[in-house]
Design a protein around this ligand. Structure first.
Ligand code: GLC
Length: 489
């Protein structure tokens, strides 16, 4: 008899917790920043629209056009309203400092400063889970950011000492990194909230966020010398290197050659790291970008050799990748009408075309792994890793914090997982059944099947109806799954 989902969840939580110490370490580069989080309710959004004198028809058109960059405060409102209406998360880059300052001075309500950037978020999560060594990269280190790094000793930044040797220092103690501060403006919006403007009526279908970013240091993707000089040591001390931050490259300033040069610098670093530690897994965590050129160059260049082993994404990012690897029809079709059948096709195309060993996909209600046959971790263990990561992520959604020792029963109703499977999980099972890959009932029980030359592992997630913040949950589940699978390996 196979275990029920709640039994599996409990058992996975124990198993992974007991084994996390067996990991050597995890390195994460490159984008770390401070997030300024605002809770934007509809009345506040409407006030801003009125204050800026934005015409509702013009706004409607801007939302449909979906420009993808912010040149003035009106663009910010259009991006925010689009996320509100569509229930999609998005990040747009602010093109000038004036607009950035305007938003900081005029966004109403209290803001909370939190650790931001895929890398900053993942580093803190992994450190809190007790991974023996977490090596993090940051381009800037103002005092606000220092105090957002968790205090743990296992979290370190590579730094040159006086004699030119690489040492590993707790971020709070580092003095030598650029201390400029650029806040990423995160506007969190709530499911069910409604905006009414003349004939327009938008209801927000999902808890979700819009990010407006102006961050010149991260837009250059300059890698700290101590990180690149220390790459051999870093690789030898770790099992996984997680990278991200390409979405912020400023292509206007760098030009196509500049973008290519930055990407190549990272790929060279990966090559060195893999030479120093041939078992190192390199994982790219994506972040949504409207800048197709960056993604196209990233995948064209990274396909030239075995740089990337693994990729993490959500549904928006999945469509963006497909668009630049010769699957624009599937990409468009996913953007217009997302279905699990199309997602499944998408996973396969991405793994095949980018020669990946592993793809991690996170969506509301289910977490997915696709691994190449013969992958170093068994399917059952991967399923346990996903369950563990689901608990850590749900707890973060509930409280905003990462905690290693969680009382499962006071925080969650795991029993519910058996009686009420999540919608997207059931849809995946139905899609697989329709393609004659596995019977729906069997998949709902097991969550594992062979899919072409790959293993498909899917779990229903623990859902939190009112998350404290939505920003960073994808990064949390992605990094925790990787850590958990290395722990069980
Ligand atoms: C992007 C944003 C950052 C945010 C992160 C969350 O990196 O730039 O502000 O914290 O995504 O995933």
């Amino acid at each position: 008899m196979s275990k029920t989902w709640s039994e599996l969840y409990r058992n996975s939580y124990q198993e992974v917790s007991n084994n996390l110490k067996s990991i050597n370490g995890i390195a994460v580069g490159f984008n770390t920043n401070v997030d300024a989080i605002y809770h934007m309710r509809s009345d506040v959004i409407v006030d801003m629209i009125n204050k800026l004198g934005i015409d509702s028809v013009a706004l409607y058109k801007k939302v449909v056009k979906w420009k993808g960059i912010i040149e003035d405060p009106e663009d910010y409102i259009a991006g925010l309203c689009g996320c509100f209406e569509k229930g999609k998360a998005s990040e747009w880059i602010i093109q000038n400092e004036e607009t950035y300052n305007y938003l900081l001075e005029n966004l109403p309500g209290e803001r909370t400063l939190r650790m931001g950037g895929q890398v900053g978020i993942m580093a803190n999560v992994l450190s809190e889970l007790g991974i023996p060594k977490v090596i993090v990269h940051t381009s800037t280190l103002p005092k606000e950011l220092k105090s957002l790094f968790v205090k743990n000793k296992n979290l370190v930044i590579p730094i040159h000492d006086k004699n030119g040797n690489i040492t590993f220092t707790q971020p709070r103690k580092v003095k030598s990194i650029d201390d400029s501060l650029f806040l990423h403006i995160i506007s969190e919006i709530d499911k069910g909230d409604g905006i009414k403007l003349g004939n327009i009526k938008w209801i927000c279908p999902r808890n979700n966020r819009f990010i407006a970013t102006f961050d010149p240091p991260n837009a250059k993707l300059d890698i700290n010398l101590s990180f690149s000089d220390g790459i051999n040591d870093i690789a030898k001390l770790t099992d996984v290197l997680i990278i991200s931050g390409f979405h912020m490259l400023n292509s206007n300033e760098l030009g196509i050659e500049g973008v290519k040069e930055r990407i190549k610098a990272v790929l060279d670093l990966i090559q060195q790291a893999k030479q120093a530690n041939p078992l190192l897994i390199v994982h790219l965590e994506l972040s949504s970008t409207k800048n197709e050129m960056i993604l196209r160059e990233l995948f064209n260049l990274s396909r030239k050799d075995e740089y990337l082993d693994s990729l993490g994404c959500n549904e928006v990012e999945l469509a963006e990748v497909l668009n630049v690897i010769g699957e624009s029809n599937l990409s468009k079709s996913i953007s217009q009408e997302p279905t699990q059948t199309k997602f499944l096709q998408g996973y396969l195309k991405i793994c095949q075309k980018l020669s990946l060993k592993r793809l991690h996909f996170h969506q509301y209600g289910s977490y997915v792994l696709l691994t190449k046959n013969g992958y170093l971790v068994s399917n059952e263990k991967l399923k346990q890793a996903l369950c563990y990561a689901s608990i850590i992520t749900a707890y973060k959604a509930l409280t905003g914090e990462t905690k290693k020792k969680i009382d499962l029963d006071t925080n969650f109703d795991l029993q519910r997982l058996n009686s009420r499977l999540t919608k997207s999980f059931k849809e995946i099972a139905a899609a697989l059944d329709k393609e004659n890959i596995i019977m729906k009932e069997e998949f709902l029980l097991k969550g594992i099947t062979q899919y072409d030359d790959y293993n498909l592992i899917v779990i229903p997630t623990v859902n939190v109806s009112k998350p404290k913040y939505t920003v960073g949950l994808g990064d949390t589940v992605s990094s925790t799954t990787l850590a958990a699978e290395i722990a069980l390996r």
